[in-house]
Design a protein. Structure first.
Length: 256
């Protein structure tokens, strides 16, 4: 979809229309910062557009999740006291919500948002386990591996991608290396000269492309999956993607 910066009410209407028109589904994923748009003119503008999780945007998601009996994941500009986060909220049909705050902030996002402080949680949704990443988080293999080690079956990835084609090439590899489903819901459109790359993708645990949306127009795609296929990490009868790791030989610190 195409959120517009500064148009909170119209963005809510875009979300309402898209979710009500979507084919039947258990899980729908919307882009990053779907309430606010992306390219803020000033810190005053981001502060004005961000909203708490008990604000009107999440209230709408709750209403829609209940009405359509599905789980919704959406990016939102979140305000918690005087601190702003680039967050993703997961809303179950019963109205219960979960929150993730983007760990890896991209470029000028650092002028508006604090880095996430909630780690990399995995949430139970029905029988499935769902992890959340937001846009630029995709560049960090450690984040995908952490979610895989914590038992995620599906990674929902609200995005406002701007580097053409890179994430759409890399994400199937992250899916393959961690045996995860990935739903990258990317926005379309241009804001102040910044063009978003569209081409939302849904990828399976063997790196297979299950669905791809267009580059410049809004679209909802629904695919039937078996989340339990993500739990089979075997590579050969004698190899397992997670059990064969040798963490004692890996180093997370960088040598200068
Ligand atoms: C991005 O992280 N929105 C590029």
């Amino acid at each position: 979809m195409e959120p517009r910066v500064g148009e909170s009410e119209a963005n809510r209407e875009r979300v309402r229309t898209a979710v009500l028109a979507a084919p039947e589904a258990d899980l729908l994923v919307l882009p990053e910062l779907a309430n606010s748009g992306y390219h803020f003119e000033s810190q005053g503008q981001s502060a004005q557009l961000a909203e708490p999780v008990d604000g009107p945007f999440v209230a709408l998601l709750r209403e829609l999740a209940r009405a359509r009996n599905l789980t919704l994941v959406s990016g939102l500009a979140e305000r918690d006291g005087s601190t702003l986060y680039n967050s993703a909220v997961l809303v179950r049909p019963d109205g219960s919500i979960e929150l993730y705050r983007k760990l890896h902030l991209f470029l000028n996002e650092k002028d508006h948002f604090a880095p996430g402080n909630l780690g990399l949680p995995v949430f139970q949704v029905g029988a499935a386990r769902i992890g959340l990443l937001i846009c630029f988080d995709w560049q960090f293999p450690e984040a995908w591996r952490t979610l895989a080690l914590r038992g995620a079956d599906i990674v929902c990835h609200p995005s406002n991608l701007v580097l053409p084609g890179l994430a759409q090439r890399a994400i199937p590899v992250h899916a393959l290396l961690n045996r995860l489903y990935v739903v990258t819901a990317n926005r379309i459109g241009t804001e102040s000269g910044l063009t978003f790359t569209g081409r939302s993708i849904l990828v399976g645990p063997r790196g297979e492309l299950l669905a791809e949306a267009p580059e410049t127009s809004e679209e909802t795609r629904v695919v039937e999956i078996d989340p339990f296929l993500a739990r089979d990490k075997s590579v050969t009868p004698r190899n397992d993607l997670l059990d064969d790791r040798r963490p004692e030989h890996y180093d997370c610190g960088r040598e200068s």
